[in-house]
Design a protein around this ligand. Structure first.
Ligand SMILES: Nc1ncnc2c1ncn2[C@@H]1O[C@H](COP(=O)(O)OP(=O)(O)OP(=O)(O)O)[C@@H](O)[C@H]1O
Length: 228
């Protein structure tokens, strides 16, 4: 689905990604891990053309997408649930959902089935929702674009354990429907259960790549890079 090959990226004079290479296989759940400030969000921004790529290539379903504008990447079926949720505060849940929907109400029942709480609160304004409800709404909005590839940046950060479990459960159901998913998160336990392949970023480079069985081992090299 996605391939980064030796990608370098910078914010003005400051280079953040250094020859970063990794892949996301179609139908898999892949994770990007790493301590704060290591370049995970920058990697996603570079995919969407929001940070300057100064070297290397990015491929989406085999097509090189260097320089392809953000809206075109979205049109090709890549949906992002950004860090910080970014729901519209003065729109209702329903209006928030329909604001990004690709085909009107198509997929709405699926979103409500995944997150029944959103159906209960469909008339509530974005700014009156709890953090967990906002996160569900952000995921719901992304799903209504009918993506083939869903990317979540810190989707469970700051949420209560029960809400986190609900979000992990929803992602598992989406995985079972064969959606390709890339997750940035710090919750190793659920990631080991859900993820197929994991990449640890350290100072803008891939420091470790491996499967869940190895990441789950507290003595693994991956854990040393994460200092957990
Ligand atoms: N707009 C920007 N201008 C300049 N430097 C930036 C900008 N955004 C991020 N950086 C720097 O780029 C580096 C990587 O940041 P990035 O947000 O990609 O890290 P991250 O791994 O996603 O971390 P976090 O878990 O804290 O979100 C950091 O050193 C950060 O200070």
């Amino acid at each position: 689905m996605l391939q980064f090959r030796d990608v370098c990226a910078s914010y003005e004079d400051s280079q953040i990604l250094f020859d970063l290479s990794f892949e996301v296989e179609e139908g898999s759940v892949t994770t990007l891990l790493g301590k704060n400030g290591m370049g995970k969000t920058t990697t996603i921004r570079t995919l969407f053309g929001l940070t300057d790529r100064i070297g290397g290539d990015i491929y989406l379903e085999g097509d090189r997408i260097n320089g392809v504008p953000t809206h075109e990447i979205a049109k090709r079926g890549v949906a992002l649930v950004p860090e910080g949720r970014q729901v519209f505060p003065t729109l209702t849940v329903m209006e928030n959902l329909l604001a990004t929907a690709r085909n009107g109400c198509d997929g709405l029942e699926e979103v409500f089935d995944l997150f029944p709480r959103l159906a209960e609160r469909k008339g509530s304004f974005g700014n009156l929702l709890s953090g967990g409800e906002q996160q569900m709404l952000a995921i719901g909005r992304a799903l209504l674009t009918q993506p083939r590839f869903l990317i979540l940046d810190e989707a469970t950060e700051g949420l209560a354990p029960a809400v986190r479990r609900e979000i992990w459960g929803a992602l598992k159901r989406l995985k079972d429907r064969n959606l390709t998913i890339l997750v940035i998160d710090k919750s190793l336990k659920p990631l080991c259960k859900l993820g197929d392949r994991h990449h640890v970023i350290r100072k803008g480079e891939i420091a470790w790549t491996g499967p869940s069985e190895v990441l789950a081992d507290a003595d693994s090299e991956a854990r040393r890079h994460l200092s957990l």
